[in-house]
Design a binder for this molecule. Structure first.
Ligand SMILES: C[S@@+](CC[C@H](N)C(=O)[O-])C[C@H]1O[C@@H](n2cnc3c(N)ncnc32)[C@H](O)[C@@H]1O
Length: 268
């Protein structure tokens, strides 16, 4: 399929993506950095994350947003595919669970908007959620996520039902009941803005029934300034030595923010 797209068209679509993500100055800066730098840091890292080796799944690799085109209008806002460090993910859920002010975990649906190859949804299923749902815009990644979940479930890992939906995040209809939404910086601010509008409508009569864990919260300012969201915690969650050795994107000081939908005044 890739070879059917003329080279010039591919290059232009990457430039369009970069302009949407980084702006003109950022696009020029990135191009210059790439021209000057031979990337030696990632050469020293293993090709496969130990998570894949241990569980026989396929979640490794970094795919730039410009290489994840589907024809959807939100493609230009896609940041990248990259799997979350398992130790960091597990710790974030343990931290969320330790705060008892939310609904019982057995009543909560866990939703990963931008689930990629499904690493986080597999990990989420280790916890006793009501259900786990992964939503992914890119059909190839969604297929890999489904295959991974099938292998994970067949091996008896996971304590709750898991499903993968190939769909744009802003078109997703949230299930009834309390939800824990998880975002690993999947898309840029314009999509986060539309997502907030959708949450405002869907949770209008459900204040306190949506918590959000947002890793690398690049569009966090949109939530910080929205009266409907309460910032409950922000900080860095440590990674294990194994993840630190294997991860070529994450760093120790990456931020994570926990929010709660408290409802907006116009919704009463
Ligand atoms: C950084 S990866 C996160 C992978 C996974 N959530 C994890 O934590 O391991 C972000 C993913 O979001 C997906 N994505 C980007 N924009 C999207 C959109 N509008 N709707 C659904 N998925 C989207 C990308 O294709 C990519 O797979």
């Amino acid at each position: 399929m890739k070879d059917l797209i003329p080279k010039a068209g591919r290059a232009w679509s990457k430039v369009r993506w970069s302009l949407a993500q980084r702006g003109f100055a950022g696009t020029m800066k990135t191009a210059l950095v790439r021209l000057r730098r031979k990337d030696t840091a990632s050469d020293a890292k293993p090709r496969l994350h130990p998570f894949d080796v241990r569980y026989g799944v396929d979640t490794s690799g970094l795919i730039g947003g410009g290489d994840l085109r589907t024809g959807h209008k939100n493609d230009v806002f896609n940041t990248a595919y990259y799997g979350m460090a398992p130790s960091r993910f597990r710790q974030s859920i343990a931290d969320w669970l330790s705060d008892r002010s939310h609904a019982a975990v057995a009543d909560c649906s866990f939703i990963d908007l931008g689930c990629g190859k499904g690493r986080a949804i597999m990990l989420a299923s280790e916890f006793p959620f009501r259900q786990v749902i992964g939503v992914e815009l890119n059909p190839s990644l969604a297929t890999i996520a489904k295959d991974n979940v099938t292998a994970w479930t067949a091996a008896g890992r996971g304590m709750c039902p898991v499903q993968v939906v190939c769909q744009d995040a802003t078109e997703f209809v949230f299930p009834d009941g309390p939800c824990l939404l998880y975002l690993f910086n999947p898309f840029a601010a314009p999509v986060v803005k539309r997502l907030i509008e959708s949450i405002r409508t869907e949770f209008a009569t459900r204040p306190g029934k949506l918590d959000l864990i947002y890793f690398n919260p690049e569009a966090g300012h949109l939530l910080d300034t929205d009266e409907g969201f309460e910032l409950r915690w922000t900080g860095s969650i440590p990674m294990s030595d194994e993840d630190t050795a294997a991860d070529y994107v994450a760093s120790a000081d990456d931020l994570c923010s926990f929010y709660r939908w408290v409802g907006s005044r116009q919704n009463g």
